[in-house]
Design a protein around this ligand. Structure first.
Ligand code: HEM
Ligand code: NAG
Ligand code: NAG
Ligand code: NAG
Ligand code: NAG
Ligand code: NAG
Ligand code: NAG
Ligand code: NAG
Ligand code: NAG
Length: 492
């Protein structure tokens, strides 16, 4: 008897499951045929294909302005045309406020109050409060802290002069030092001390190696229901508690000793102090700490990978590297130091960084969710409430139409003259619209400081262990090389 019930139940579950797989057919929207259970992401889920390549594959396979796909059994709409992308990101932003990320206050209060996953008015309130922290004025105040890390980076490389180094290892230390210093107000000394405690915690925070971790991170993006059921948290609980402790202690010390460092912690502290009881959204300790934690997780991998990819391309393109070094030294000498202004005036550095972010868009895609039924005016396409939208950044960045000879690393694409010719909404390394990466300016300055310090004094060379081209690790959401990026840096 039980067996029969079980069979009926399984059949019914199967039916419900398959029903979803006709979603795009029923809407008469061009779509990629799903593979059982995994949908379009069969090879991605099995760790055989990197999501970066999958996004490009889908983008290239179709020529329609939009395409339906399934991720597991969840329908996702991939929009390919710049006009539609503009509508979603900017013009009709109010209809696409949220990321399709899990955010359940009782399960994971940190994620609920974290910018990237917060929704609707919770997001609006936090974003409005956080935006002033990232103005260029505030970043200028943090600049001395960044410079300190820049010289530490140079000293670290000097110690290992001529050795083969894993670039990500080094840049990660730099990034953790900067974020700890700017966000947590502490010196983590990763570059000075190989066994720095905070480096080990940072490693755990987003440990891609642990199965639970990577399932849980994957679920946040693609199966938000699982998050509620299994009470998953986005970050390793022990590690985030550890950081929370440091944060609490630092806040307390600052309060008692009235220390001012002009870092994020000071600004968050002001935010908290300035919120009165009448405010719509009250910043209490948990919420403030949640923001600091976000910066720790959003800030270290992204910047360290970007710096790594830039060094990698410079090692392969020595003519570009030489020209960049000239540009850096010229401004350094003109200003007598790496001042904020000197960094801003390094034009070629800016072009190199822009091209790095074109060729290596870390997240491969952007994501939004419709808050109501919505019709795209010109195309007549109508989508349901809660439809997940994917914007295939990796596809756009490698489209011949927008970036001729896309495999070539060519900073000239971003020269003053050429830059204006780039079709709007085809270059989106930081996203766009009101939900654009809040750390864009910060990340840009941090990356430039690292590259300026390193290239002024060192030549970056490829070695026998450098993968050309890179081999992406399909088990990691971000684009990361399987074996690491092994480079040699020698004083020049
Ligand atoms: C090169 C480095 C970085 C890249 C390429 C990058 C890229 C992105 C992208 C593509 C998004 C999604 C934007 C969208 O949906 O339209 C995003 C969001 C975000 N990023 Fe970054 N990011 C970088 C560095 C940083 C840093 C250093 C921080 C923090 C200090 C940061 C904090 C955030 C936050 C909080 C969000 C969510 C914003 C929101 O939903 O309102 N990012 N980033
Ligand atoms: C999670 O990480 C482990 C260890 O690296 C790996 O073997 C596994 O395939 C990963 N799982 C997913 C779903 O990426
Ligand atoms: C949050 O998760 C709990 C169970 O873990 C569930 O009961 C509740 O309905 C969820 N809340 C929302 C808004 O989804
Ligand atoms: C930090 O402080 C807040 C409030 O003061 C408290 O709720 C939280 O548990 C503390 N966290 C840790 C890890 O000590
Ligand atoms: C918050 O208060 C501090 C002093 O406590 C002040 O310097 C700062 O300008 C205030 N910020 C805002 C946004 O009101
Ligand atoms: C966000 O707003 C939309 C429309 O007002 C609503 O349907 C949705 O449930 C809200 N989401 C959350 C998580 O509150
Ligand atoms: C949204 O569209 C669905 C069908 O696609 C329909 O059943 C539903 O009533 C619509 N909702 C509103 C508020 O118009
Ligand atoms: C614009 O880009 C093209 C192709 O990369 C390059 O040949 C040309 O020199 C660039 N123009 C300028 C003014 O830099
Ligand atoms: C998401 C993220 O940025 N996590 C990284 C933070 O830094 C550690 C190492 O210091 C990495 O292992 C994490 O992947």
């Amino acid at each position: 008897m039980i067996l029969i019930y079980l069979c009926c139940f399984l059949l019914f579950a199967y039916y419900l499951y398959r029903k979803n797989y006709t979603y795009w057919e029923r809407k008469r929207i061009p779509n990629e045929k799903p593979f059982f259970f995994f949908g379009s992401f069969y090879n991605v889920a099995l760790g055989k294909q990197h999501i970066f390549h999958k996004i490009r594959e889908i983008y290239n396979k179709f020529s329609t302005p939009y395409v339906g796909i399934y991720i597991f059994n969840q329908p996702n709409l991939v929009i390919r045309s710049p006009e539609l992308i503009k509508k979603v990101l900017v013009k009709d932003f109010d209809k696409f406020v949220n990321h399709k990320l899990a955010a359940n206050e009782s399960v994971d209060p940190i994620a609920f109050h974290t910018l990237a996953s917060a929704k609707n008015d919770t997001w609006r309130n936090i974003r409005a409060k956080m935006s002033p922290i990232f103005t260029s004025g505030k970043i200028k105040l943090m600049f001395p802290l960044m410079k300190e890390c820049g010289s530490d980076l140079v000293n670290y490389i000097k110690k290992h002069n001529g050795e083969v180094m894993e670039a990500r290892d080094v840049t990660k230390k730099y990034a953790v030092d900067i974020i700890s210093s700017c966000a947590f107000g502490i010196n983590s000394y990763c570059l000075k001390d190989d066994n720095s405690e905070i480096l080990q915690v940072a490693t755990k925070l987003f440990d891609f190696k642990s199965i639970i971790r990577n399932i849980s991170i994957f679920s946040f993006f693609f199966m938000p229901k699982l998050v509620d059921i299994f009470r998953l948290t986005f970050m390793d609980k022990k590690a985030s508690d550890y950081l929370m402790n440091i944060f609490n202690a630092t806040m307390k010390e600052r309060r008692e000793n009235k220390i001012v460092r002009n870092d994020l912690i000071d600004m968050l502290h002001n935010l908290k102090e300035n919120t009165t009881g009448k405010a719509k959204y009250i910043f209490d300790d948990i919420k403030v700490a949640a923001q600091a934690l976000t910066f720790f997780s959003a800030g270290n991998d992204t910047t360290s990978l970007t710096i790594t990819f830039a060094l990698y391309e410079l090692a392969l393109n020595t003519d570009i590297q030489d020209r960049l070094r000239k540009d850096i030294r010229k401004q350094y000498e003109a200003h007598g130091d790496f001042t904020y202004e000197a960094i801003q005036e390094m034009k070629y550095l800016d072009m190199v960084l822009s091209e790095t972010l074109r060729k290596y868009p870390l997240t491969s895609f952007l994501n939004r969710e419709s808050v109501s039924n919505y019709t795209f005016e010109d195309s007549g396409l109508t989508i349901d409430k809660d439809t997940s939208i994917l914007i295939p950044v990796a596809g756009l960045h490698y489209d011949e139409k927008y970036f001729p000879n896309p495999e070539k690393f060519d900073p000239e694409r971003f020269s003053d003259e050429n830059k204006t010719k780039i079709v709007p909404y085809t270059y989106l390394p930081f996203g766009d619209g009101p939900r654009i990466c809040i750390g864009q300016r910060f990340a840009t300055v941090v990356s430039k400081v690292a590259l300026a310090y390193v290239l002024k004094d060192f030549a970056v060379e490829k070695t026998g262990a450098t993968n050309v081209p890179l081999q992406l690790d399909p088990k990691v959401m971000f684009i990361v090389d399987k074996n690491g990026v092994h480079l040699k840096m020698v004083t020049v």
